[in-house]
Write a protein that binds this ligand. Structure first.
Ligand SMILES: [Zn+2]
Length: 111
């Protein structure tokens, strides 16, 4: 809920900065697979929190960002599908997560 809340605040601020024109019709966001955000739940929370704002009825386009890890041993960067944090190249367990935890607003459209 709090993530949705801050997302709405950020877009509202940007909307004000752009001169408070029109309404927000579509929001493109990128969500890392490790954030545990479920798109349907996200849209549901959004609908509740965006009510009575210019964001009401905006469509959320959620793109999933794959999880990428970097091996501290051999430095290879790999995309992983499962939460198995072992380097597929050398078997090292000390991996650094380089993507998959982010949530950012790519763009939004006004009508
Ligand atoms: Zn490795």
């Amino acid at each position: 809920m709090s993530i949705v809340d801050s997302l709405i605040k950020i877009i509202l601020e940007e909307w004000k900065r752009q001169g408070e024109k029109g309404r927000v019709s579509r929001i493109n966001i990128q969500v890392g697979k490790l954030t545990a955000i479920i798109p349907r739940t996200f849209q549901f929370c959004f609908n509740i929190l965006a009510k009575d704002t210019v964001l009401e009825n905006a469509q959320l386009e959620i793109a999933e960002v794959p999880v990428k890890v970097k091996c501290s041993q051999c430095n290879s960067v790999r995309e992983i599908d499962e939460p198995v944090f072992v380097c597929p190249e050398c078997g090292e367990k000390a991996l650094e997560i380089v993507s998959g935890r982010e949530l950012f607003i790519e763009s939004f459209e006004l009508v």
